[in-house]
Design a protein around this ligand. Structure first.
Ligand SMILES: C[S@@+](CC[C@H](N)C(=O)[O-])C[C@H]1O[C@@H](n2cnc3c(N)ncnc32)[C@H](O)[C@@H]1O
Length: 240
């Protein structure tokens, strides 16, 4: 089993990332939608939507939203909010298929770069491209490699909800690896996150190779311009 197939499906992921909440998602979406021209008749896809914190809010703003994720437990939670204009489904981003085309596809909060094989990452982009309407938009929100390297904390511990998390971060094979050791009572678990340290240039090249035109690049959730100090890389591209 690959790391992303079980870690995101645990309640430990939810506890460790509890600060990545609705408030953060809503702040980002409000800023993003000031830039992107949208039509309330066409659908938006939140790829790797998790429990749907972005999808639910975009729907609340009056749009039709579909959310896909590999994590069954996340989709079960998201489905509690379903209606005819807010739909969720378990699918793998490498080979997802939906009959409709989208005006906007989102990949938010580092939901990319998980695969060993670079071709699988390109497959995701190709699949996104194919699911867009003509001139449709894609937004990729990814870690900023320089920022990650500069702010890397090799070891830290956290006590959350009476669960002890010991986290080791290191670079291995051009990936940022987070090794998460968990102690809950007498139970011990180890999980990993392994994300390719794609630079802004790598991402731009992969997107352009897929056929996208870059419209704008932002460096954080306030959507300030991207620079070498930025904490995120947020690429807004268009199908041409
Ligand atoms: C860092 S989380 C972000 C979730 C969501 N975008 C958010 O910010 O709340 C990454 C998500 O990608 C999903 N994921 C991992 N591999 C996937 C795959 N191959 N296909 C679809 N989703 C995947 C995980 O289950 C997880 O929900």
């Amino acid at each position: 089993m690959q790391w992303f197939e079980n870690w995101f499906d645990t309640h430990y992921y939810k506890i460790l990332y509890q600060h990545r909440n609705d408030e953060e998602a809503q702040f980002f979406i409000r800023n993003l939608l000031k830039f992107i021209p949208l039509n309330s008749e066409e659908w938006i896809l939140d790829l790797a939507c998790g429990r749907g914190r972005y999808a639910k809010f975009i729907h609340h703003l009056g749009y039709k939203v579909y959310g896909l994720d590999l994590s069954k437990k996340s989709i079960i939670e998201a489905k509690k909010f379903e209606n005819s204009h807010l739909q969720f489904e378990v699918q793998d981003m490498r080979n997802f298929y939906l009959p409709q085309k989208f005006q906007l596809i989102l990949s938010l909060f580092t939901s990319f770069g998980y695969f060993e094989n670079i071709d699988d990452n390109l497959l995701v982009l190709k699949n996104v491209y194919e699911h867009l309407l003509p001139n449709g938009y894609f937004v990729l929100d990814f870690l900023h490699s320089d920022w990650v390297l500069k702010h890397l904390v090799p070891h830290e511990t956290k006590l959350l909800n009476n669960i002890h998390f010991e986290i080791h971060k290191y670079i291995e094979n051009q990936k940022i690896v987070k090794k998460i050791l968990i102690t809950e009572g007498t139970q011990f678990y180890t999980f990993y996150e392994k994300v390719s340290l794609f630079t802004p240039k790598d991402l731009q090249e992969m997107l352009e190779k897929t056929g996208f035109k870059i419209i704008n690049q932002f460096g954080d959730y306030e959507l300030q311009p991207l620079n070498s100090e930025s904490s995120r890389i947020i690429l807004w591209v268009q199908k041409v």
